[in-house]
Design a protein around this ligand. Structure first.
Ligand SMILES: Cc1cc2nc3c(=O)[nH]c(=O)nc-3n(C[C@H](O)[C@H](O)[C@H](O)COP(=O)(O)O)c2cc1C
Ligand code: SF4
Ligand code: SF4
Length: 241
């Protein structure tokens, strides 16, 4: 079984690719309950990197996993590097194999979206890598191929702490007149924090900062402070790739 978390589709795509190449099933952590037994199963955990760490719902989910799987692996998707995120996940849920895969960055609160060329090139490289990873999973090979980047300890401890403490606020979210009241942002929110009030989204406090609401609004009606007003939006395109 492959359990995944995804805000803008990169990790979902990776999980689905691995599922089809390894004859497995991919399920969204947000929509599933903890399995009763993992005995003799291969368990994969696929997720995006947030500030060189794993997202809170992933850490909460794996804490509840108990049992004796036959083989476990973790695959994180990241715009550049993962720091010590996979080591920290491994402390909670021991992994036989650990991988990071570079995918387009969706963190538009921090920087603009990448060019179409960079996005296409990252996805093409990821596709090739997934072929190899799937084969290694099927053979239950123990592999450790995580790009930790520079200063991984500092990033995964100090910077990650700062992110979780200060950068997950919903206060900067706002909605413009472009909103068509479709309700997609509320339906897409994995924290279930968006409620539609008089046809417009309203945010409560809880937020994973997954960027699903802001990146996946079909009419670009959501902003986060001022910086996003001049930036593009990103989500994995199943029709293009
Ligand atoms: C809040 C946040 C923090 C991020 N931090 C990192 C990071 O530390 N390193 C990195 O390489 N990419 C980082 N990214 C980029 C994502 O990890 C990357 O785009 C990922 O593939 C998104 O996956 P998804 O489409 O499944 O949500 C960050 C993205 C978000 C939203
Ligand atoms: S997804 Fe966009 S258009 Fe639809 S309700 Fe949310 S803000 Fe409005
Ligand atoms: S409010 Fe937006 S960024 Fe926060 S968890 Fe929900 S969809 Fe993700």
């Amino acid at each position: 079984m492959i359990y995944y978390f995804s805000g803008t589709g990169n990790s979902q795509w990776v999980a689905m690719q691995l599922a089809s190449k390894t004859n497995d099933i991919a399920v969204n952590i947000i929509e599933c309950s903890v399995p009763q037994s993992m005995k003799d199963q291969t368990i994969g955990i696929v997720f995006p990197i947030y500030a060189w760490g794993a997202p809170e719902p992933v850490l909460e989910f794996v804490k509840k996993l108990a049992g004796e799987p036959a083989f476990t692996y973790g695959v994180c998707t990241c715009g550049a590097d993962a720091g010590k995120a996979m080591d920290k996940l491994n402390d909670i849920f021991p992994l036989n194999s650990k991988y990071s895969i570079v995918m387009p960055s969706n963190y538009i609160m921090g920087e603009d979206v990448e060019s179409e060329e960079i996005i296409a090139s990252k996805i093409a490289k990821a596709k090739e890598r997934l072929e190899v990873i799937a084969m290694q999973i099927l053979q239950m090979q123990s592999v450790n191929e995580v790009n930790k980047g520079s200063l991984p300890w500092i990033k995964s401890n100090l910077a990650n702490y700062g992110f979780n403490r200060f950068a997950r606020s919903t206060k900067p979210f706002s909605v413009t007149d472009k909103c068509t009241t479709c309700g997609l942002c509320a339906r897409n929110c994995p924290a279930n924090t968006i409620k539609m009030v008089d046809g417009k989204p309203q945010w409560s406090e809880k937020c994973y900062q997954c960027t699903a609401c802001i990146n996946r609004c079909p009419v670009k009606a959501i902003e986060y402070g001022k910086a996003t007003t001049t930036r593009g939006r990103y989500q994995f395109s199943h029709s293009k790739y």
